[in-house]
Design a protein around this ligand. Structure first.
Ligand code: IMP
Ligand code: MG
Length: 183
């Protein structure tokens, strides 16, 4: 672990910088190939997807467009509430567009299944999902991401965009928090 571990708050690094970098390139190569003849609109889900979006979009070779949505699902806790609210909607119409939703992590899948229903009702040409991480519970719901970075264990993780009470998003790695942080 390097200085980016923000002290002693992480117990374990699940995904280090080199692994993140390699996976982002792999995902970008797949998306480049699949959308070679299409105009692509990336839709990032704030705030968690911000690091994935920044790295993934720059690893692509085509000039994609980007838009953002902010939805609430967790509050300050560590469990999904199932209640989704749009805090910030897309700036542009997506009718007829090829949309790729860029997500940080799929856990219960509640947020994403709600979001996909919402986006599909707007008449896009296609909607697919790229998620950087996926937890086991996400396999139980009817959400099929086309691109998955890492399948991780059912633990609460922070870093690379993911927060605990808005902190730790700026970690360069993905890791689990030490118990003392919660208390
Ligand atoms: P879901 O609705 O349970 O799939 O989770 C939706 C959102 O909750 C994700 O996009 C993340 O922003 C957040 N989330 C889920 N799991 C974690 C985690 O382990 N750490 C931090 N945020 C998480
Ligand atoms: Mg998210």
């Amino acid at each position: 672990m390097d200085s980016a571990d923000l002290g002693k708050d992480l117990t374990e690094v699940l995904i280090d910088e080199a692994s993140i970098d390699a996976k982002i390139r792999e995902l970008a190569a797949a998306v480049d190939a699949d959308y070679a003849d299409k105009d692509l609109l990336l839709v990032g889900v704030l705030k968690g997807a911000l690091m994935v979006m920044a790295d993934f979009s720059r690893a692509l070779t085509s000039p994609v467009e980007m838009d953002w949505m902010a939805v609430s699902s967790y509050g300050a806790g560590t469990k999904s509430s199932g209640v989704v609210r749009i805090l910030k909607d897309l700036d542009r119409d997506i009718t007829g567009r090829h949309v790729l939703v860029v997500e940080d992590i799929l856990d219960s899948g509640l947020t994403l299944s709600w979001l996909l229903r919402n986006l599909r009702s707007r008449g896009p040409a296609s909607v697919e999902v790229l998620t950087f991480m996926r937890k086991p519970d996400a396999l139980k719901v009817q959400v099929e991401p086309r691109y998955v970075g890492f399948d991780i264990p059912n633990e609460f993780v922070v870093g690379y965009g993911l927060d605990y009470a808005e902190k730790y998003r700026n970690l360069r790695v993905v890791g689990t928090l030490a118990p003392h942080v919660y208390s």
